[in-house]
Write a protein that binds this ligand. Structure first.
Ligand code: MD5
Ligand code: FE
Length: 199
């Protein structure tokens, strides 16, 4: 059953360990086709998270800003979103419209993600679905105004979050990961998948 987290639907332990391991296998194929990279922010710094994408679009950032791109930096199209990832969306969001971007974020060591809003998508009425795999993370979520109160939550491997309604535009980020809290990834670290309808 879903718990209410500031309007977001939180499904702790939605994926069992076998389902988590199957997703990791799928992601190995995605990363082999579309290698991870560290984007540059619009301010010129390197992000500490490494990322890649699957689907019609991938999220990308450089000095020109944040946007979705139809091609990986290699010039090739992004790989297809794995069927088992789409199944999670179909089960929790529905089959009417499938996501066209699956962003893959890899957190290793001291990687973190500062508080931000997700608003690069054309139609913000579609939810964002997030899947956590691997080491635990300290997730922080606030309201729709920068600087307001926030609350923190440990996201664990297999947890799923659906950001819809007011939470779709909530400020959120990852303050840190906790090394050694999961055996899912052989080299440790945390993967987050975010599924989005882009256009
Ligand atoms: C992560 N990723 O765990 C985080 C959290 C990102 C990103 O934020 O943009 O790649 S994913 C959860 C999320 C997504 C959209 C909205 C909200 C949370 N929210 O309003 O809380 O790698
Ligand atoms: Fe985000």
């Amino acid at each position: 059953a879903a718990l209410d987290l500031r309007g977001a639907a939180y499904f702790p332990g939605f994926l069992d360990p076998a389902a988590q391991a199957a997703l990791v296998e799928d992601l190995r194929r995605v990363v082999a086709e579309a290698p991870l990279f560290s984007p540059t922010t619009r301010f010129g710094g390197k992000m500490t998270v490494r990322m890649t994408s699957a689907g019609r679009y991938g999220w990308y950032s450089d000095r020109r800003g944040y946007r979705y791109e139809a091609l990986h930096p290699s010039g090739r199209p992004w790989p297809a979103i794995p069927e088992r990832v789409l199944s999670v969306w179909k089960e929790l969001v529905g089959p009417a419209r499938l996501p066209d971007c699956c962003l893959v974020n890899l957190y290793e060591g001291n990687a973190r993600m500062g508080l931000h809003q997700d608003r690069d998508e054309a139609d913000l009425s579609w939810p964002v679905l997030s899947i956590s795999l691997g080491d635990e993370a300290l997730f922080r979520i606030g309201g729709t105004e920068r600087g307001g109160p926030t609350e923190s939550l440990r996201l664990r491997s297999g947890d799923v979050l659906i950001l819809a309604g007011a939470s779709r535009l909530a400020y959120h980020g990852i303050d840190r990961i906790y090394p050694g809290t999961s055996g899912l990834l052989p080299r440790g670290g945390r993967i987050n998948l975010t599924l989005r309808v882009v256009d």
